[in-house]
Design a protein around this ligand. Structure first.
Ligand code: HEC
Ligand code: HEC
Length: 348
């Protein structure tokens, strides 16, 4: 059969199907496309289903609910409890968990903690063993907060985990929903990320909040001057209104944001505040370059000697410390170009 007659036959068949459907719908006036067994529109359109967090009004009014709310409070106002003037201990650099786990760990593509509870305990190549959710919280205390782990038997740790468990209550084990479950890197660019180009982006789009020196701004100063209040979630209880992005009070060199793909991915979908994944303004180039600028500034070091020790072939492409399973330079692992790197194949 020629191509033309084949197309003709197809049109007839499709036409017949449409006609039959129409007849059966008109034979049953109560029936609409929406309540038939029709595939949801989002699937037909190829859109992914994006996770949304449970409403806080559904936190139960019992002892467990109190613990969940306390966990949420700790995520939002961490510096009050663990910052340099912390009322529980003075563990950390003064960041709040929420500075990086946006909207109390609920924002789609904002490094949320929605799918966390159902995915732990899990084997993490960085640790080289199975890690519990408790240990994972402490990893952020050690790395992102440049502090030390808290007592896993404390009421506070139970509260963090109760909140994380509640956030993920609608996830089924192993289920993946768009917008949750780790930061995705922007598309790779053809060249290495460029700190000099990134500096220009930073000065233009980031410095007004995070400061030209990347050291952020204290809440006490910002609350005194309305012109500095350009959007953010901090209240008088928080140390920083705009958190530092480098320098001695920032996340340290073994924090996950020190990996380029993670920082660029976070920034692309969430900065300049208050953009989100739907209203993102940075190009992929700008996201990679500004991440290169931030991650080439000075920050606290950390001990990475035990990371990926079990198997260096599991090191992510952008882990900025050798040794590597390939022969590429430390510089290329840090800034790229990543296209074509064997360890980067899984990133997209
Ligand atoms: C209008 C103010 C504002 C602008 C402009 C802005 N940010 Fe932010 N940024 C914030 C606030 C506020 C937070 C913390 C969010 C929270 O706690 O809810 C934040 C958090 C961050 C964090 C994570 C926390 C940390 O300190 O490491 C990074 C990284 C970051 N911003 C990078 C950038 C970059 C890069 C740009 C420019 C492309 C930028 N920001 C522009 C306000 C801003
Ligand atoms: C400077 C930014 C930053 C701060 C502050 C921070 N985190 Fe994180 N956190 C991250 C990044 C980045 C990841 C890894 C995301 C990824 O794997 O893509 C992460 C991962 C996690 C995970 C594992 C999520 C998962 O599903 O695998 C937990 C749990 C967590 N953080 C809890 C906390 C808690 C609790 C605090 C406050 C005590 C905190 N974090 C503070 C950046 C931060």
């Amino acid at each position: 059969m020629g191509k033309v007659s084949m197309a003709f036959v197809l049109i007839i068949i499709i036409g017949a199907i449409v006609a039959i459907k129409t007849i059966s719908f008109s034979g049953n006036p109560g029936m609409t496309i929406a309540d038939s067994s029709a595939v949801p529109l989002s699937e037909l359109m190829g859109e992914e289903h994006v996770w949304t967090a449970p409403d806080i009004s559904t936190i139960p009014a019992n002892a467990e609910g109190k613990l969940i709310s306390y966990g949420r409070e700790l995520v939002i106002h961490t510096s009050k409890y663990y910052g340099p003037k912390g009322i529980i201990s003075k563990e950390t650099n003064g960041l709040n968990c929420q500075n990086c786990h946006l909207d109390a760990g609920t924002r789609p593509y904002g490094n949320n903690l929605g799918s966390t509870f159902t995915t732990y305990p899990k084997y993490l190549p960085r640790a080289g063993h199975v890690v519990t959710v408790y240990e994972k919280v402490n990893e952020c205390f050690l790395r992102s907060m440049n502090g030390s782990p808290i007592d896993t038997n404390s009421k506070e740790m139970s509260a963090f985990v109760a909140y994380i468990k509640w956030l993920g209550k609608d996830f089924n084990k192993g289920e993946k929903l768009a917008g949750s479950g780790g930061i995705k890197a922007p598309h790779f660019i053809d060249r290495a990320a460029d700190p000099d180009k990134g500096k220009i982006v930073f000065e233009k789009l980031c410095a007004r909040c995070h400061g030209s020196n990347g050291d952020g701004q204290f809440t006490a100063d910002v609350l005194k001057d309305e012109t500095k209040q350009q959007g953010g979630t901090a209240t008088a209880e928080d140390l920083y209104y705009y958190p530092p992005v480098w320098g001695e009070h920032s996340f340290n060199g073994i924090a996950t944001l020190y990996r380029m793909g993670k920082l660029a991915g976070f920034v692309k979908n969430n900065m300049p505040y208050p953009v989100n994944y739907n209203s993102s303004v940075l190009t992929d180039e700008q996201a990679w370059d500004v991440a290169a600028y931030i991650n080439s500034r000075q920050r606290p070091v950390g001990d990475h000697s035990k990371d990926y020790l079990a198997d260096i072939s599991k090191k992510p492409y952008d882990f900025p410390f050798p040794p590597y399973a390939d022969n590429l330079s430390e510089d290329q692992h840090k800034f790229g170009p990543y296209k074509g790197m064997a360890s980067a194949q899984k990133a997209h």
